[in-house]
Design a protein around this ligand. Sequence first.
Ligand code: URA
Ligand code: URA
Length: 234
Amino acid sequence: MTESTNPVAALFEMTRKALRQKLELGETEIMIPRENLERMPEPVKDYENLEEFENDINECTKCPLHKGRTKFVFGVGNPDTDIIFIGEGPGREEDLQGEPFVGRAGKLLDKILAAINFERSEVYIANIVKCRPPNNRDPEPSEMETCLPYLLKQIEMINPRFICCLGRIAAQALLDTKLPLGKLRGDFHDWNDRKVMVVTYHPAALLRFPQYKRETWADVQMLRKAYDEFKASS
Ligand code: URA
Ligand code: URA
């Protein structure tokens, strides 16, 4: 059997193996504490395309963030792209328009993309959580855990070669680490069979701390170079 490259599927596979082993060792009942069951994400179904996926989940009520939602912010861009940019969660403008990175930070993201010769429509853009956290607070770990299977499914369907995490929240969630951004940026990280490049600073951080722009530019240029090499060889 081939190993799944989808972390959620891999987790289910591991669980299935562990349970089977217990049965083979003679256990007839398996106890799972209620709180663990309640935290277990439901598997995400298979879909023909991203639109069908979005239509199926855009009324999600699995976490409390849905209560403050104007619009569900699924993600936007080219479903055949080799590069996906991941932010944290919708802000006010994004919540109103239903599209990621359309506010002030989004305008800066467009400039960052333009600096490495990408049009917004050539890439895919999404967030760790699909609904706006109140007052733009950080998403809670439980909210991210609940929403992450959606993003993982999007990544599986788009199957990009490069994943660019914008800021600490996206990087820590996708790499399942607590390391600070300074330790994660500036290099490639293996992620399943792909590379995650935790580029870089979040554009909203750059609005507050323009001194990080130089490092950001270096990060995205490294990404563009690797992308061009990949395209030349494929
Ligand atoms: N910040 C994010 O992380 N995502 C958005 O979509 C907008 C701002
Ligand atoms: N610190 C963070 O946590 N994130 C950024 O994007 C920049 C600085």
